[in-house]
Ligand binder design. Sequence first.
Ligand SMILES: [Zn+2]
Length: 216
Amino acid sequence: MPKEQTSVGPREGGEGWVPSTRLGKMVAEGQITNLNEIFSQGYKIQEPEIVEVLLPGLQEEVINVQLVQKQTDAGERSRFKAIVAVGNGDGYVGLGVGKARQVRNAIEKGTIDAKLNLTPVRRGCGSWECACGQPHSTSFKVVGTCGSVSVEVIPAPRGLGLVSNEVGKTILRLAGIKDCWTRSFGSTRTTASLAFAIFDALRNTYKMVPPSEWVK
Ligand SMILES: [Zn+2]
């Protein structure tokens, strides 16, 4: 008889985790020991435990919780929509959304979604005023969009700090960026769009390969 395996609640470091994907099994068995391998191979993360195991000390920040009301045939239905950011403060950040009838459940779902949406962030020093070569900013200007909102993340010299609104500062800090300017365009009062536009910009740092890393 196979041993009965039960799933536990929130896990630290994948405790009690029974992997259900091939990638998950490889991580649980220790065949993959860092996230870099996963992203460089282009694997898709489908289990949050993969991130919990490979990125201990991950921080979570609730960006926004909103009550969403919807008119249905059965009457009015209200749910909470939570936007959650996760990051290790050192080159990895994720952003997710969760919806539920209770705030706590919406946040939990948002946190899982953020882990599945994790992206590496390419950092550097693209500031001509600084040129220190340390990864305290971005290497180049990146643009991200979500709906009608677009955000530019621009390299800045060391010590400048994060020139952004609170939502942007939280996401940039979780990603491990210490200095940058940001400029946003469009309906920037929509917190969700703004957050996802900044996240998109950070994800784009990884998609774009700077000339210094071109392979001959
Ligand atoms: Zn610098």
